[in-house]
Ligand binder design. Sequence first.
Ligand SMILES: [Zn+2]
Ligand SMILES: [Zn+2]
Length: 443
Amino acid sequence: MSIYTDAELATAMIGWRRELHRRPEAGWTEFWSTAFAADVLHSLGYAPRVGREILDPDRRMGLPAPAVLEQARQRAAAEGADARWLERMGQATGLVADLRPGREPDLVVRFDLDALEMPEADDAEHFPAREGFASRHAGLCHACGHDGHTALGLGLAALLRREAADIKGNVRLLFQPAEEGVRGAASLIQQVLGARWFLAVHLGLGAPESGALVAGLSGFLATTKFDVRFTGRAAHAGLAPEAGRDALRGAAEGLLALHDLSRDGAGRVNVGLLSGGTARNIVPDQARMSCETRCADREADNALLARARALLARIAWERELELDISIQGRAGCAASDPELARLLARTALELPPDPDGRQPFAPDKVRAEGLMKASEDAATLMEAVRLSGGQAAYALLGANLAGGHHSPRFDFDEAVLWPGARWLATVCRKLCLEQMNVKNIHS
Ligand SMILES: [Zn+2]
Ligand SMILES: [Zn+2]
C-alpha cells in the first residue's frame, strides 16, 4: 500500500492531474480515466467499484452510440488501461471507493471525470502545451478543470487512508462520468441516498483566484437538455414540391416558437444547434435541433418543457411531420445547506500553515455562500441526499485561471490542489469523527 508524505502527495497530485489532462475523455467514455483512478485507489488500499458495478444503466442520459463507446474503450486499452478494470466496467464508466467498504456512506464527496469535445490550444503560451502535457486526443480537452477534480479526489483518498484510524464513519468518494450536459448524476443516485452529508467541489468558476473559497453555492438553475427530430418526406423541389413534407421548415418554425417561450420570463430556452436537409434542390426530410431550458426551480422547468413539447407537437401536426423529442440531460437546483457551508468555510480558515509558512486560504477570500446562475449535475445528487434527510454543500475551490472555462486556453493553478485536499480531508475528519449533526459542531 502506498503511503505518501505531504510533500510527495502534493507532487503526486500534480502528476495525476497531468496524466489525466493528456488523455481527456468526453462524457460516458471515461474508460482510461476510470481505470487510472482505480489503479491509484487500489494502490492506496481501496477496493474501488467501477462502471456497471455502480450505476443504473437505464438512467444514463445523452449516451453516445455503442460504437463510440467501444472505440473509446479500445483507445483506453491501447493507452494502457488495465484490462481487468475494463472488463469489470463493461460499457460504463465512473467509480466509487469506500473508506469502509460494506457500509452505507455517512459522507459522500463527488468529483467529475469528463472532458469537453473541443480542441486545446497548442502554442507555448498555453501552460499544458509548454510543459508537454496537452491533450493527445484530437478534438478533446480538459477545459473545465475536471482533471484537477479527479486529482483532488485521489489526493483526498490518500489523506483519508493515512488518517483512517481517526475517522469513524464511511467516507465514499464518487467519481462520476458525464457531468457536462448534466447527463450522469441521475444514474448514480443509489450511491448517495441515505448519506448524512454530501459535498461537491469545482475549481475556479466564480472563485477565479488561488487562496479563495466559496463554500456554499446556491442559485443553480434547473435545466433540461433535449434533442428534437422532425421527419418529413423528400421530394424534387422543382418538379413536385407539393409531394414533400419539409422537416427543416418545421424545425425553423419550432426554433422561433421556442424562443418566444422565453419572453414571458418563465425561464430561458436556447436552441444551440439546428441542422437538416441534404441538398439545395430537395425538400428536406430530416431536421434536428439541440435545445435546453433553464429555470429557477424544477417545477417551472417541467412546465416550460411541457409547453415546448406542446408547441413542437402542434407544428408537427400542422406540417404532417413526425416528431421525436428525447431527453439528453436534466438537473435540479438544490441549494447548499448554510450550516454545512459555514463548517466548510471555517475549516478552511483554521487549517494550519504549510511547513514553508504559507496559509492555504486567504481569510479575506473565504466566503460561506455564493450564487451560481448556471446548472450542475451535482444538484441532482444534492436533492437526493436532502430528500433522504441529509445535508449537502457545493463549494468552489479558488484557483488562478488562464482562459475561461470551456475555452481552448483554459488552465488553472495546480498549486491549489494540495491545500484543497488538506481542506477536504479535515472536513471529512470533522464530520465523521464527531459523528454528530453538523448543526451541533462549534469550533
Ligand atoms: Zn464545464
Ligand atoms: Zn465543470
